[in-house]
Design a protein around this ligand. Structure first.
Ligand code: IPM
Ligand code: MG
Length: 357
């Protein structure tokens, strides 16, 4: 039996996470697996309940579980809180750090049925299949931060730090990923300006000696932002630091039709965390409108990376593909000739395809 911690969080989180749980339950049925789901509050929801966005019991549950599924965290209701209690800074980032989740894998793959859903041209995005490996526990997110009063105002400081070993472990993971795919790795940095990027590039180059079978390219982040929408097919695996990875993956999601399609797996520690790459979308919360597919596809990644069940992972991905081929769409992906359905119906449709395969 596998224990799965279920952390719905805020905004659309409590709508999309149950759909992923439905799909995991269907997987259990189909592949004779046994899952125990245990829910806990996190983010603003946990602030409202307990006063803190990451209660001790939630963290304990995560540590004891075999995998974690998380919806999304944060919203305008909690934006005014001091940083020690703000959902993003005091729950999501500590959760990643405390669980040692230094690598965030974000597959950016375009389903054929969605080629015309993207605002980008068909010939540019067709056959996009990229794996972004984002460093998740270093860089600007975790460096020292402070404010100082100075004459005429304040000075705010964020610190961008990377060590050799932090770069080595994420680089190694990315080279290995490239080895199991098309053997091309793009390392994205800003080595023309940043010292941390110069170290990043040196370490990646050194590692490359061990991975001579992989074609390595270095690219500046500004150029990468342009190349991603200009010629995405050149990319196989991308490896980059935390902040660049955050920004580039939101941009890359447009290649797949919608950020509602972008799944993610945060790995590297004893227990991995699966969450959609999008946010809590408070503007559409509680309207049965959110796209649950990124969370459902994250559950697919859980089958692959935590439970080593490639067949179940592939089955979830195929079920999503079939549902899209049949023309079912949540509103943000709606196109002429398609059938608009809500969050819960989308989850049901995936379950149905999965069990009928
Ligand atoms: C993401 C999100 C988070 C991040 C926010 C919510 C702190 O944008 O997972 O990409 O920046 O890492
Ligand atoms: Mg982001």
């Amino acid at each position: 039996m596998f224990r799965i911690a279920v952390l719905p969080g805020d905004g659309i989180g409590p709508e999309i996470v149950p759909e992923a749980v439905k799909v995991l339950s269907a997987c259990a049925e189909k592949f004779a697996l046994s899952f125990k789901f245990e829910e806990a509050p996190v983010g603003g929801a946990a602030v409202d309940l307990t006063g803190h966005p990451l209660p001790g019991e939630t963290l304990e549950l995560c540590r004891k579980s075999d995998a974690i599924i998380l919806g999304a965290i944060g919203g305008p209701k909690w934006d005014h809180l001091p940083v020690e209690r703000r959902p993003e800074a005091a729950a999501l980032l500590p959760l990643r750090k405390k669980l040692g989740l230094f690598a965030n894998l974000r597959p950016v793959a375009l389903y054929d049925a969605l080629v015309d859903a993207s605002p980008l041209k068909r010939e540019v995005i067709a056959e996009t299949d990229i794996l972004v490996v984002r460093e998740l526990t270093g860089g600007l997110y975790f460096g020292e931060k402070r404010r100082e009063r100075i004459p005429g105002g304040e000075r705010a400081v964020d610190t961008l730090i990377y060590t050799t070993s932090e770069i080595e472990r994420i680089g190694r993971l990315a080279f290995e990923a490239a080895r199991s795919r098309r053997k091309v790795l793009h390392s994205i940095d800003k080595a023309n300006v940043l010292e941390s990027s110069r170290l990043w590039r040196e370490v990646i180059n050194r590692l490359h000696e061990e991975y001579a079978d992989i074609e390595l390219h270095h690219m500046y982040v500004d150029n990468a932002a342009m190349q991603l929408v200009n010629w995405p097919k050149q990319f196989d695996v991308i490896v980059t630091e935390n902040m660049f990875g955050d920004i580039l993956t939101d941009q890359a999601s447009v290649l797949t039709g919608s950020i509602g399609m972008l799944a993610s797996a945060s790995i590297g520690g004893a227990v991995a965390l699966y969450e959609p790459a999008h946010g809590s979308a408070p503007d559409i919360a509680a309207r049965d409108e959110a796209n649950p597919l990124a969370t459902i596809l994250s559950a697919g990644l859980m089958m692959r990376y935590s439970f080593n069940h490639e067949e179940a992972a592939g089955a979830i991905e195929e079920a999503v593909e079939r549902v899209l081929e049949k023309g079912y769409r949540t509103s943000e992906l709606m196109q002429p000739g398609c059938r608009k359905i809500g969050t819960a119906r989308m989850g049901d449709a995936v379950v149905e395809e999965l069990l009928n395969q």
